[in-house]
Design a protein around this ligand. Structure first.
Ligand code: DQA
Length: 151
C-alpha cells in the first residue's frame, strides 16, 4: 500500500474572510479566494495537496485542528490576531503533532508591540512573516522538504 504524505491543511483565522476589505497598504488588497488560488498552484508545483479552512470562530479553529490529525500531514497556520493571545489554539496545534509553519502576510515584528508575541513559538518549524502571499510559497517549500513530497 502506498502511503501519501502530501496533504497540507492551510488554516486562516479571524477576519480572513474579508481580507480584500482590510488595509491594502498592509495586506495587499487580495481576497482570500485569490490567495488560496495562488497557494493551490504553488502547492501543486511541489506535489502537495492543500486543504483550505477559514473561520471567525476560535472554537471551530480548534475543532478543525483536532480533525486535522486525520485530514492532513502538515499544516500552515495564519491565525490572524489569535496568534498573539490564543493559548487554546496553541494547545490544539500542539496536540496534532503535525509539522507546521506559521505565516503572516504582514511583518508582525515591525508593527504593534503586541503582534511580536506568538503563541506558536516553539511549536512550529518556522515563522514566515512580512513576505505577503509569497510567504505561503516559502512555507510550502519548507513543508515539502519536511514531508519528502515528490521524492
Ligand atoms: C496577520 C497579522 C496579525 O497580527 C493580524 O491580526 C492579522 C493578520 C497577517 O497575516 O499579517 O489578522 O496574521
Amino acid at each position: 500500500m502506498t502511503v501519501f504524505r502530501n496533504r497540507v491543511a492551510v488554516l486562516h483565522g479571524v477576519n480572513f474572510d474579508v481580507l480584500e476589505r482590510r488595509d491594502a497598504a498592509i495586506y495587499g488588497g487580495i481576497s482570500l479566494t485569490e490567495l488560496e488560488h495562488r497557494i493551490s498552484d504553488w502547492a501543486h508545483e511541489l506535489k502537495l495537496e492543500p486543504i483550505f479552512f477559514q473561520t471567525n470562530s476560535e472554537g471551530e479553529f480548534c475543532e478543525y485542528l483536532h480533525r486535522s490529525i486525520d485530514l492532513a500531514d502538515a499544516a500552515i497556520v495564519n491565525a490572524g490576531a489569535w496568534t498573539h493571545y490564543s493559548r487554546a489554539i496553541a494547545d490544539a496545534l500542539e496536540l496534532t503533532g503535525l509539522p507546521a509553519v506559521e505565516v503572516h502576510l504582514s511583518d508582525v515584528e515591525a508593527r504593534d508591540d503586541w503582534r511580536r508575541l506568538s503563541v506558536f513559538d516553539g511549536l512550529v518549524l518556522a515563522k514566515v512573516s512580512g513576505k505577503g502571499p509569497d510567504g505561503y510559497r516559502e512555507a510550502l517549500g519548507l513543508l515539502a522538504r519536511e514531508l519528502g513530497a515528490g521524492s
